[in-house]
Design a protein around this ligand. Structure first.
Ligand code: LLP
Length: 417
């Protein structure tokens, strides 16, 4: 993906617009996404997978703004959702429910009913308990539920432990060794129609070997199922392709697709992929302003107006995001700064020990924030969540207003009397 964020004449731009201009219009903190970057990532992956029947089901959790979902829907994307809320968003944005896969380890009865009522393309089952509940609900509604079973192939994705999902010890899916038995149960049910199989081993994968290993195990299982008389239409290999945050060298869409296409060569099942981060991660930044500088003996703190409630990844995973000055005009001497927010937690940092030339009032861009940025934001410390802005060429539009403090307590009722 070509970067949408480039420096021209000392000013960091999103497409044709300077981030300083965007910040002047919408204030800070503020998420800025490039429509062009999102479109080009989706198109690149779609083209790379073109030699085989496939469907991209964008993982809504990465960035679920309605405008982003609308963009995906216009390109013909399907969606991977994990809650009734995400499903409702996809439909509100004009997404086709028939191209939705509904994943999630603990779907409620209400969510299963919602999925069947709107007609999702496939429900990815994650436990035997869920099978029984879905049968009952499908029977009450008088429909047949299209399903896949999420299998846990027990491979180590070699990523952060919090975002690895395909190990035996993880809560997701069912042990691959038990899958043939469970498929037999599914196939014998009048309420269920086995459409596919699903696995997702983890996120931010920078090495394709574990994924190839997992897919190979799944393909062997699919062949076994066929021998047992159960034919599947699609194989959903999940998401997980990593992006560059710092100095990682993740595979390109082409390299990723090549590995997959080789494994699927000669097979008739369609490929389903559920990419999230790789579609939007490097298409977004968080713009924040330096409120004050607090140089010290041990540490120099740059106090900024964005915090862990706006971008949780550094606090939660110790994740690295590049932090760049929006303007590099006449910088003073550079020193090492911890970029910290106003939240009352020591873990409230966006970056540590960053060599930057800073002055009060400067704007900073926290890079690679398009995925798992706003979607993981909270109102901790009664902080309204940031505005979200989409840039397309030289146009910009607000796609989510900045929250107000009044909105934060709108749903609270107070004591009676
Ligand atoms: N499919 C399933 C079933 C998933 O659980 C996920 C992500 C995806 C697809 C999309 O994965 P991606 O292509 O984005 O790697 N909050 C963490 C990431 C959590 C990912 C959870 N599942 C972070 O900020 O790094």
């Amino acid at each position: 993906m070509t970067s949408a964020f480039v420096r021209r004449g000392g000013q960091l731009h999103a497409d044709q617009l300077s981030l300083a201009e965007i910040a002047a219009v919408y204030g800070t903190p503020c998420y800025v996404y490039s429509r062009t970057a999102i479109e080009s990532a989706w198109q690149e992956l779609d083209t790379a997978l073109a030699p085989h029947p496939h469907q991209i089901c964008y993982a809504v959790k990465a960035n679920s703004n309605l405008a982003v979902l609308d963009l995906m829907a216009r390109m013909g994307s399907g969606f991977d959702v994990v809650s009734g809320g995400e499903l409702a968003r996809v439909i509100a944005a004009g997404g086709d429910p028939a191209r939705v896969v509904f994943s999630g380890v603990a779907k409620t009865d209400k969510e299963l009913e919602q999925a069947l009522t709107v007609g999702v393309g496939c429900i990815n089952l994650e436990s035997v308990s869920e099978i029984g509940r879905l049968e009952r609900i499908a029977s009450d509604l008088g429909v047949t539920a299209p399903v896949a079973l999420r299998v846990n192939p027990d491979v180590d994705p070699r990523t952060h432990p919090y975002i690895s999902t395909g190990l035996k010890e993880n809560k997701f899916g069912v042990d691959i060794a038990t899958a043939t038995e469970i498929y037999a149960r599914i196939a014998s049910s009048p309420q269920l129609s086995p459409k596919g199989i699903d696995c997702h081993i983890g996120s931010q994968l920078t090495d394709l070997e574990p994924l190839v290993d997992a897919i190979s195990r799944v393909l062997a299982l699919v062949d076994q199922l066929r021998a047992d008389g159960i034919d599947l239409d699609h194989i959903d290999i999940g998401g997980g392709l990593g992006i560059r945050y710092q100095d990682e060298q993740p595979p390109s869409f082409d390299e990723y697709a090549q590995q997959i296409l080789t494994l699927f060569n000669g097979r008739k099942e369609a490929i389903v992929v559920e990419p999230g981060r790789s579609m939007v991660g490097n298409a977004g930044v968080l713009v924040t302003q330096v409120i004050g500088l607090k140089p010290g003996v041990e540490k120099n703190f740059a106090l900024v107006d964005a915090a862990m409630n706006d971008l949780l990844r550094p606090a939660l995973y110790n994740a690295w995001h590049d932090i760049e000055p929006v303007s590099t005009d006449s910088p003073p001497a550079t020193m090492a700064w911890d970029i910290v927010g106003p939240v009352c937690e020591t873990g409230d940092f966006l970056g540590q020990e960053r060599q930057l030339a800073l002055q009060e009032g400067d704007l900073l861009a926290v890079m690679s924030c398009g995925a798992y940025g706003f979607t993981m934001a909270s109102n901790y410390n009664s902080r309204p969540r940031p505005a979200e802005v989409m840039v397309a060429g030289d146009a910009h539009y607000l796609i989510r207003k900045r929250e107000t403090v009044e909105q934060l307590f709108e749903l609270e009722c107070g004591l009676p009397g």
